[in-house]
Design a protein around this ligand. Structure first.
Ligand code: URA
Length: 188
């Protein structure tokens, strides 16, 4: 059988579509259940992710894992990736030509996973996926449906590390994800 994942993963090996290739140690393609109902999209790899080649393994990722575990969703059930697959220097926000260069990989990942829900972690994911006009502080916690995918924008877990008071909203947003997935499963 033709393996689209294999083709996609082979395509990205040695990618030089943007300047982020110059300083990377590893491409951080994505990890998780390739049939996941819930997909998470972050911004881009940090130092730990760049070293290990796996998304959300650093402090922010550990906090995120705990939050999901707390509501009864295991990391292994999710598919996790980022807007850009290579670490931006000093963890700066990816610029337009970088996120655009990487977008086809993400489009293909979404097409292959076919998630019911996509959790957008932070402004970079939100703006690149749903549009520049959105802002996480205004829209987080609200469902947006596009082409039969439900999007839940929420804070980036790194924002929770900087500001404890955001944790409760993050947790509330994840609870909404849990409720929605139950609703979807009940209607299947
Ligand atoms: N921050 C992100 O946006 N993605 C990661 O994979 C790690 C930290």
């Amino acid at each position: 059988m033709y393996n689209y994942w294999e083709e996609l993963e082979n395509n990205i090996i040695g990618c030089k579509k943007c300047k982020l290739c110059m300083n990377r140690n590893n491409i951080v393609f994505g990890e998780g259940n390739k049939q996941a109902k819930i997909m998470l999209i972050g911004e881009g790899p940090g130092a730990d992710e760049d070293m290990q080649g796996i998304p959300f393994v650093g402090k922010a990722g550990q906090l995120m894992n705990k939050a999901f575990e707390g509501i009864g969703i295991k990391r292994e059930e999710l598919y996790i990736t980022n807007i850009v697959k290579c670490r931006p220097p000093q963890n700066r926000t990816p610029v337009k030509d970088e996120s655009e260069a990487c977008m086809d990989y993400l489009r293909n990942q979404v097409m292959l996973v076919k998630p019911k829900i996509i959790v957008l972690l932070g402004n970079t994911a939100l703006k690149n996926i749903l549009g520049e006009e959105y802002s996480i502080t205004k829209i987080r916690g609200n469902w947006i449906e596009r082409k039969q995918i439900w999007y839940m924008p929420t804070f980036h877990p790194a924002a929770l590390l900087r500001d404890n008071s955001k944790k409760i909203d993050f947790w509330r947003d994840l609870k909404k994800v849990l409720e929605k997935i139950k609703e979807i499963e009940n209607n299947e």
